[in-house]
Structures are given as structure tokens and as C-alpha cells.
Design a protein around this ligand. Structure first.
Ligand code: NAP
Length: 270
């Protein structure tokens, strides 16, 4: 809210012409309705409108470090699973936002603490964190849950998905779609090796929200694994441990009243 008591809106869009045009239309309409639309991202704003696809929404969250502001997406992209509003529903969305006909779904991202021999770095993801080999090598990873060693994994890598990310990369590798009311971490193998030489789980493992997962790489050829959070790569030399858990950060997704997750799954996947 600004000093005149008007709500403040951030509008973020990707570089596609349709997204740019949609952003100008939404900006004009918000201003006509008495809202202030920022030129520079305002971390105290009332709403972020993200125009593009799911990828644009993920990039916005990472660019602005998972801001504590309600977020809504307008889909000018390809799939648009996370971004809720279709371009032909913009006027209806604006009316319903103005009338307060929405609710906020709070989502905890997944957090990784990546420790090298010298320091530790945090990474966050709305969908998933993947730990895999750089340079296409097989990785050997000791996977512990709550400090108990569960398996020595060998294969391409391990993917740890939030419930929100269960419909993304997780789904492509045979993981389960999870109802968003369930706060879990789904750990799935990427091309696990199962031979006399190596044994790994071939299915996903579902862990409760308070579980702490530790992954300790065992290096055989070279000293590099790569950590990918929501498609963004983090490279650090000498990673000795990656700890993962659900973060206490809250992403506030604005949902119009009547939003129903499984209808969305049916519409986008079947
Ligand atoms: P991207 O092109 O931005 O996204 C790849 C596809 O995943 C797009 O169609 C995107 O939708 C969709 N997507 C993203 N989040 C989703 C969600 N929560 N539920 C359903 N679909 C979702 O690719 P990127 O920049 O490499 O990485 C972004 C995300 O893509 C990652 O977080 C990962 O989940 C996913 N990804 C998937 C695969 C795979 O399925 N093999 C591989 C790498 C990454 P839009 O078309 O609306 O953007």
C-alpha cells in the first residue's frame, strides 16, 4: 500500500511480444482501477503479476529471492501449470482481485545447504533440487534421511521435489503427482543403476515435511557434481555434503476462488 492508501503492484514479464503487450494492458487497467504500478521491483508491494510461462515465474522468484508478496501468473507461455490466469481471463481476474475473491496458497520451497571443503552456500527451489554429475559421469551418492544412511545411490543423480514440483521434472522421470495439501519431499532416482556392481532404489521415496536429507558424494573420477535448482545450475568445487529440507520461506500463490488442483492436472496433462 502506498502513502495514498493505494495498493502497489509489480508487473514482471518475459521478452516475448505477447507478454510485453499483455503487461502494458494489465498496467493500464490496474492504473485505471486506482492501483499504483511500480517501475522498479518493490519488495513491499501488495502483489506481483508475472506474465509468461511457469519458467518465467520460476525465474522471477529466483531473481527477487522468493519475495514475501502474493504472486499471480498470467500464462502467455507454453504449459502454464503454475501461472493461473489465461490471457482471455484478465478482465475477470482484475475484477475478482479488486473484489477480494481470492485466497492465498502458501508453499514452502525446498532448501539445500551445499557445503564444500571451505564453506556452505544456500540454494532454494519451488519445484526441485537435482544433484547430478557434471560432465555426464555416473555419480555415487550416499543418501541419508535424518542422519541414517539409506542407500549408496549410483546413476545419473537424485531429484528432490516439493509437492508443487511434483508435476514438473519429477513427473517426467516417473515420480508421483502430489496433492498440494500434502507437505512432503519426494526423492527420485535419475537412471539408477541396478546390477551386481551397484544397487539403488528404482522408485521414488516420499518423506515428511520435517525430514532432513543428506547427500554425500563419493568421488571416483573427478571432483565435480552439479546442483540444479528449478533448472538453474550451481557449480562448486569440492562439495562434501548437500543437506535438503523444506524451507521456512513462504511463497504466497494467489488463487482465484474456485481454483481446484486436480481440475488443473486434468486440463494440462490428460
Ligand atoms: P523450462 O523450459 O522453463 O520448463 C520446462 C517445462 O516445465 C515447461 O513446459 C514449464 O512450463 C514446465 N513447468 C515448470 N514448472 C512446472 C510445474 N511446477 N508443473 C508443471 N510444469 C512445470 O525449463 P528449465 O528452465 O530448464 O527449468 C525449469 C523447470 O523445468 C524445472 O524446475 C524443471 O521442473 C523443469 N524441467 C523439466 C525437465 C523434464 O521434464 N525432462 C527437464 C529439465 C527441467 P511453461 O511451458 O509454462 O514454462
Amino acid at each position: 500500500m502506498n502513502t495514498n492508501g493505494n495498493k502497489v503492484i509489480n508487473i514482471i514479464h518475459n521478452n516475448a511480444k505477447f507478454s510485453i503487450d499483455t503487461a502494458s494492458y494489465v498496467k493500464k487497467k490496474f492504473i485505471q482501477m486506482g492501483y499504483e504500478v511500480t517501475d522498479v521491483f518493490d519488495f513491499t508491494a501488495d502483489l506481483v503479476v508475472c506474465i509468461g510461462g511457469d519458467g518465467s515465474l520460476l525465474r522471477m522468484l529466483h531473481t527477487y529471492q522468493f519475495p514475501d508478496i502474493p504472486v499471480v501468473g498470467i500464462n502467455t507461455g507454453h504449459l502454464g501449470f503454475l501461472v493461473e490466469i489465461n490471457p482471455d481471463e484478465i478482465d475477470d481476474f482484475l475484477d475478482r482481485y479488486h473484489a477480494g475473491e481470492y485466497f492465498i496458497e502458501e508453499i514452502n520451497p525446498i532448501e539445500a545447504v551445499i557445503c564444500t571443503r571451505t564453506d556452505c552456500i544456500n540454494a532454494f527451489a519451488l519445484n526441485e533440487i537435482v544433484i547430478k554429475g557434471d560432465l555426464s559421469r555416473t555419480v555415487h551418492l550416499d543418501l541419508s534421511v535424518n542422519d541414517q544412511l539409506i542407500q549408496r545411490f549410483s546413476g545419473d543423480g537424485i531429484l528432490c521435489a516439493t509437492s508443487t514440483g511434483s508435476t514438473a521434472y519429477n513427473y517426467s522421470i516417473g515420480g508421483s503427482i502430489v496433492d498440494p495439501s500434502l507437505q512432503v519431499i519426494q526423492v527420485s532416482p535419475l537412471a539408477p543403476i541396478n546390477t551386481n556392481a551397484y544397487r539403488s532404489f528404482t522408485s521414488s521415496v516420499i518423506l515428511p515435511s520435517n525430514a532432513t536429507i543428506k547427500v554425500n558424494p563419493e568421488y571416483r573420477f573427478e571432483d565435480s557434481i552439479v546442483i540444479v535448482s528449478d533448472g538453474m545450475e550451481h557449480r562448486h568445487n569440492g562439495i562434501v555434503e548437500v543437506s535438503l529440507k523444506l524451507s521456512s520461506l513462504n511463497i504466497k500463490m494467489l488463487r482465484l476462488k474456485g481454483f481446484e488442483f486436480w481440475s488443473k492436472v486434468k486440463e494440462k496433462f490428460l
